[in-house]
Ligand binder design. Structure first.
Ligand code: AMP
Length: 283
């Protein structure tokens, strides 16, 4: 696996690619099986698998965890070698946002919903870095996780709106054996917090069971989730939402094939998100 730490070395490594197809997986590192599921699919569907590891300062608010975000580059490199990744782009912060940097991408509307309410500049940072990485890597396909469903929907819209020549693939949520969606941030949880965090996938499971039984009404679905999350005082709800896939507008009833049920909670100092997708995210 070739490791590029500068834009210059990345473009020289990519200059000999020729007609080979490039698949791309952008990450913030501290890799887990969720990330690796994207790399594996990328490997299968393309001639070359390119992964980036970049903890993007533009998507963190000043009060968020940029400085303590978990990092373990040596372990990440070993995992990516094992997945037979061809190229790893691991730039310094300054490489991506040099002094004087002032251009940002905003996917208006979509960025303001769900997580955007409590993280108002987060998706501006995400869309900006993803577009920059697309420009630098030039992939035919890029791989994202349904775990961050709002992020995936925003990237899909950006790609459509800006006519970007990349196919976005959104892959299912990978969970630990206890049901918790894998996340680099799970490492912050103490054993007691981790037990409390399990109410989040449980709440979504309860919502799925209600829907399976024919319930469609948003209030009933959100109530079953809120009741589950209220079982542990360590869990503090940020939001529970039922929205339409295209515009993330609130729904009053499940629209089959077109609904995202999403929740964000704080457990101690850790913010966790999870969702249930009743539809398809792809382009
Ligand atoms: P991150 O490093 O958190 O920025 O995530 C990089 C990519 O991995 C994003 O597209 C995430 O949606 C995806 N991802 C994160 N967690 C999971 C998971 N548990 N299952 C599948 N994909 C995931």
């Amino acid at each position: 696996m070739k490791i590029c730490r500068t834009i210059e070395s990345l473009s020289s490594a990519l200059s000999s690619v020729g007609q080979q197809s490039i698949g791309f997986v952008p990450t913030m590192g501290f890799l887990h099986a969720g990330h690796l599921s994207l790399v594996e699919k990328c490997r299968q569907e393309n001639d070359l698998a390119v992964v980036s590891i970049y903890v993007n300062p533009a998507q963190f608010a000043p009060n968020e965890d940029l400085n303590r975000y978990p990092r373990d580059p040596d372990r990440d490199i070993a995992l990516l070698e094992k997945e037979r990744t061809d190229l790893l782009f691991m730039p310094d912060a300054m490489e991506i946002y040099p002094p004087g940097y002032e251009t940002y991408i905003r996917v208006e509307g979509l960025e303001a919903a769900l997580c955007g309410k409590s993280r108002p500049r987060h998706f501006r940072g995400v869309a900006t870095v993803v577009l920059k990485l697309f420009n630098l890597v030039g992939p035919q396909r890029a791989y994202f996780g349904q775990k961050d469903a709002q992020q995936a929907i925003i990237i899909l819209r950006m790609v459509r709106d800006l006519h970007l020549p990349v196919q976005v693939r959104v892959l299912p949520i990978v969970r630990d054996s206890d049901g918790l969606a894998m996340s680099s941030r799970n490492v912050y949880l103490t054993p007691v917090e981790r037990r409390a965090a399990l109410h989040l996938p449980k709440a979504l499971g309860n919502a799925a069971a209600l829907i399976h039984d024919g319930v469609r009404d948003d209030a009933a679905i959100k109530k079953t989730m809120a009741d589950e999350l209220a079982k542990d005082p360590l869990v503090c709800i940020d939001y529970i939402a039922m929205v339409r896939l295209q515009d993330l507008a609130d729904l009053v009833a499940v629209e089959p094939g077109n609904t995202l049920i999403a929740a964000a909670v704080h457990v101690g100092k850790t913010r966790l998100i999870d969702n249930l997708l009743l539809g398809d995210l792809s382009c």
